[in-house]
Design a protein around this ligand. Structure first.
Ligand code: S3P
Length: 172
């Protein structure tokens, strides 16, 4: 069984994914880290040196590779993964695969990303006002793809343990 977590930057995909994987007893894979290990560069380096289009092509290639494997795992995607290269169709047609959208409000995402901008090339150079505008517009555009996940999990103001158990409810 493959469990896939998706959602906007800073929605908690990696944090939740790691805990879920420990509880369920399967490996955890963070797609960004997987790409970094394969390419021997950080995501920021890939964006800066090779550009976003190259990153999106590699992201699609490695997602396909993981979904084609026979292994069970919890996989957290990058915030943009669902929105490029028909990746949601790929996910939804993949056997033994279940996807969860970790759904957050703009306010939660702005609060969290305010503190984590430097690790994220797409928002690294935005002022606080620009960041809010950017997230509002970007989330609106991306929701079309995120909402194609099998399940929506609301995360605002929830403890991590609650979010994990909300997901586990569907894995039983
Ligand atoms: C991106 C999100 C990042 C990473 C890359 C692009 C995006 O992952 O894949 O910087 O387009 O939203 P996180 O959601 O883990 O930050």
């Amino acid at each position: 069984m493959k469990t896939v977590l998706l959602g906007y930057m800073a929605s908690g995909k990696s944090t939740i994914g790691k805990i879920l994987a420990t509880e369920v007893g399967v490996p955890f894979i963070d797609l960004d880290h997987y790409i970094e290990a394969q390419e021997n560069k950080t995501v920021t380096e890939i964006f800066n040196e090779k550009g976003e289009i190259y990153f999106r092509l590699q992201e699609h290639k490695y997602l396909k590779e993981l979904l084609n494997s026979k292994d069970s795992f919890i996989l957290s995607l990058g915030g943009g993964t669902p929105c490029y290269a028909n990746n949601m169709d790929l996910l939804n047609s993949s056997e033994n695969t279940i996807s969860f959208y970790l759904k957050a409000t703009i306010k939660t995402l702005v609060d969290r990303l305010n503190n984590q901008q430097d690790q994220r090339p797409l928002v690294a150079n935005l002022s606080p006002n620009e960041l809010k505008e950017f997230i509002a517009k970007h989330l609106f555009e991306r929701s079309f793809y995120y909402e194609q996940a099998a399940h929506n999990i609301y995360i605002d103001e929830k403890e991590i343990a609650t979010i994990v158990s909300d997901i586990r409810f569907f894995l039983a």
